[in-house]
Design a protein. Sequence first.
Length: 131
Amino acid sequence: MEIITGVERRRRWRVEEKLRIVAECERPGACLAAVARQHDVSGGLLWNWRRQARRGLLRVDLAPIFLPVQLTGEPVSRDLAQRSALPSISPVTPASADAQIEIMLADGTMVRAGQNVSLATLRRVLAALRG
């Protein structure tokens, strides 16, 4: 019989630790119960972490980075040869009522957003495109 004299607290797992343990489960021949015992985690909790990782809910958020930006008065060309070159900066034109930004992703996907699009909406669209 175990007698608990103090206040029992939950362990806090960092996302990196969860992903490392989940990766051990995904190895060929790995047994979920053995991995759970090895790390002193319940099988049900490990199962939930696996499901979260597969759905993309369990991931390490990367630090923000700066990306090159090209300001133009005309649409950006979709030519792959031009996209591989470093962007040049054109003179900035004043914003108009129909001002918009164009975001060219690495796979060639173009996202255009007008000035009335909220930041939250733009984030959701970009998150969906990233997968």
